[in-house]
Design a protein around this ligand. Structure first.
Ligand SMILES: Nc1ncnc2c1ncn2[C@@H]1O[C@H](COP(=O)(O)OP(=O)(O)OP(=O)(O)O)[C@@H](O)[C@H]1O
Ligand SMILES: [Mg+2]
Length: 261
């Protein structure tokens, strides 16, 4: 199972939107995908809410807590498999997020890595949707990643912020003792001169690893989310649907080149 952690310290850059659409595109390519909602806001979970159908399973906070606090929680909650729901797409499974995951203190860096090992044989990919921070849980998600995908907006703040993002990943790499590949992807792109300049700046002047695929800014992306549909299902031939297909293709190619998929 290859793990793609979708992370940025910054909020509102499209992490959850990308997780949902990436998971769907991978599924359309015949891959089995596990989605993990690490964000206390639980936006990914609300996308899949209808598929929970009133069945109560331990959420991610409970599973993580059970794995770091053995004293008070029933041992069955330690097993990741007990928290996995089947979504309406046969090849996409998910684990619910919960507000309490923000309160888990002292998360060991390897917590998610150890946990995901339990289910590694069942999936081709795991897509992890992070909270916009660099908390213990986000660090653990970066640590376990085969690839960290960093959505960015093409504005001055995002450009300046990329430096921090690269430093954060480097810090985890130093502890891990191996390379953790990362790639930025520009989201909400309009054909504006200022955005083109920033894209060139981060790609050629700063030499950050930025994907060639950009996700264009279209209202239809938000509309699809409101209808709880991936964009390719809602408007198959719309420009952002094509962008998500290209993104998935480019990511798979990149991971194959790096020998991780
Ligand atoms: N390509 C796009 N075109 C138009 N709207 C978009 C696009 N990508 C994301 N959005 C909109 O931007 C908003 C933020 O997206 P999203 O919730 O995915 O960001 P996030 O990084 O997960 O936020 P948070 O940090 O709060 O978790 C949403 O309303 C979404 O519909
Ligand atoms: Mg989000």
């Amino acid at each position: 199972m290859k793990k793609i952690t979708v992370w940025n310290r910054k909020g509102g850059v499209g992490k959850t939107t990308i997780c949902i659409n990436l998971a769907y595109e991978l599924y359309k390519k015949g891959k089995k995908v596990l989605c993990l909602d690490l964000d206390g806001q639980a936006n990914l979970t609300s996308f899949f809410e209808a598929d929970i159908k009133g069945v109560s399973k331990p959420d991610l906070a409970r599973i993580l807590d059970a794995n770091s606090n053995f004293l008070h929680i029933p041992s069955e909650d330690r097993e990741i498999g007990n928290g996995i729901y089947q979504s309406r797409y046969s090849g996409i499974h998910f684990i619910q997020g919960a507000r309490e995951s923000e309160q888990i203190n002292g998360t060991p860096l390897s917590l998610l890595d150890d946990l995901l090992e339990q289910t590694a044989q069942k999936y081709d990919f795991c897509v992890l949707d992070c909270h916009p921070d660099f908390s213990g849980l986000s660090r653990s998600a970066v640590y376990t990643a085969d690839l960290v995908l960093v959505p960015i907006l093409l504005d001055g703040f995002s450009r300046d912020n990329l430096n921090l993002v690269a430093e954060d990943i480097l810090r985890i790499e130093e502890i891990a003792g191996y390379e953790i590949p990362f790639a930025a992807v520009a989201n909400r792109v309009m054909n504006r001169k200022s955005q083109r300049q920033i894209y060139e700046d981060i790609t050629y002047r700063h030499d950050y690893p930025v994907l060639q695929t950009c996700i264009r800014d279209y209202a239809v992306v938000g509309n699809a989310l409101l209808l709880k549909k991936p964009i390719s299902e809602h408007r198959k031939s719309s420009p952002p649907a094509l962008d998500f297909q290209d993104l998935t293709f480019e990511l798979l190619q990149k991971m194959q080149k790096k020998g991780v998929a």
